[in-house]
Design a protein around this ligand. Structure first.
Ligand SMILES: [Ca+2]
Ligand SMILES: [Ca+2]
Ligand SMILES: [Ca+2]
Ligand SMILES: [Ca+2]
Length: 364
């Protein structure tokens, strides 16, 4: 489950699965934002469905049969003592791939992991809003070991995320995308992208680069040894045809953030955060104009010892993703309010030493 910029590990193999009882905790220090609520689809990690990314950290360890503890604090966390909405539970194992998305179209993120195996399986559960335990809702066979999950997206535009894995042919380097449509149950497989030897690649979750409500396929590649040559490939999820190719950033010095709309025009933008400078510099490339805007935010450290971890999400609920980090040293999320033109820093303390912020998934 865990990986770092310099030690990427998208999940090793393991087979056990735990569904343990829910434990309810409360109380958290907090700050609050009170912007008009705008419900948009596909707000990442919005378990409560109010249009804001929730505050979530995970705890686990490397090893066999180590469960993942999810610690989900509702956003906003209320100011009054003992009123914060919080749920803690164990779900999945450290060797699973964490893939919480809105698979059911209710605008709430489901708790989910993908387990590699001869037959890969998505395990999906509704987030437990009550005090009962978390129960498995569906197990969806899809993909196999060595496939890349975390490529899910709403590729048919029905508001439900589609199960998706990407497989590289070792001989040709061609990538095949396997998509299980949420609206029809149709299984599709087609080629998009090709990765020669010596080139590293990651698919990301889909993002809507055309503004039609359907996500596009997103893939980025870079030279495996130099980590230069970072290039984004955007593809049509119906045909596999190329939509956009953008050389941008440098994997050796930049975190790659899963593309999302940071500018507010409902068109996904390309975003990297340069970590070898302090503060970190975020570069946001507005897809509509091709122009880049830079923001200084977060602690950068090329040794990865003390740097902030960029996290994804729309924390103020205005429909735009926010520039955001998690600071492990004080277990605090910080973000720039996009609703305040990125001039106000807001945040929320949450998690325990050693926790892993959920919003870090989808940051490479
Ligand atoms: Ca869908
Ligand atoms: Ca689209
Ligand atoms: Ca945009
Ligand atoms: Ca926002």
């Amino acid at each position: 489950m865990f990986f770092t910029k310099n030690r990427r590990n998208l999940g090793s193999r393991m087979t056990m699965f735990a569904l343990l009882a829910v434990t309810v905790f409360c109380c958290a220090a907090n700050t609050i934002t009170t912007n008009a609520q705008v419900i948009r689809k596909n707000v990442p990690y919005d378990f409560t469905g109010d249009g804001r990314t929730d505050w979530v950290t995970l705890a686990s360890a490397v090893g066999v049969n180590i469960p993942i503890r999810w610690k989900i604090l509702g956003n906003p966390a209320l100011a009054a003592p003992n009123t914060a909405f919080r749920r803690d539970f164990d779900y999945g194992f450290s060797s699973d791939v964490v893939v919480p998305r809105d698979y059911t179209g209710d605008r709430k993120t489901e708790v989910a992991v993908w387990r590699p195996g001869t037959q890969g399986i998505y395990y999906v559960s509704q987030f437990p809003t009550g005090t009962g335990g978390i129960t498995l809702e569906r197990a969806v066979p899809w993909g196999q070991t060595l496939d890349r999950p975390q490529a899910e997206g709403d590729y048919d535009g029905d508001g439900k995320v589609d199960y998706t894995v990407v497989r590289r042919d070792a001989t040709t380097g061609n990538l095949t995308w396997f998509i299980l449509s949420s609206s029809t149950g149709t299984q599709r497989a087609f080629q998009f992208g090709s990765v020669p030897a010596g080139t590293s690649f990651f698919p990301t979750e889909g993002a809507d680069f055309t503004g039609d409500g359907r996500d596009e396929l997103v893939l980025f590649t870079f030279n495996s040894s130099t980590r230069a040559g970072l290039t984004f490939y955007i593809g049509d999820a119906n045909t596999g045809a190329g939509v956009l190719t953008v050389p941008y950033g440098n994997f050796g010095t930049d975190y790659v953030i899963t593309p999302a709309d940071y500018t507010g025009d409902n068109i996904a933008d390309i975003v990297v955060a340069r970590f070898n400078v302090n503060p970190m510099t975020w570069y946001i490339r507005n897809t509509s104009t091709g122009a880049t805007t830079a923001f200084s935010f977060g602690i950068g450290d090329p040794t990865f010892a003390n740097n902030d971890r960029p996290v994804r999400g729309d924390y103020d609920g205005d429909g735009r993703h926010d520039i955001a980090v998690y600071r492990a040293s004080n277990q605090t999320f910080y973000y720039l309010r996009s609703s305040s033109n990125n001039t106000v820093v807001d945040g929320q303390r949450h998690g325990d030493p050693g926790d892993f912020p959920l919003g870090r998934f989808g940051v490479f």
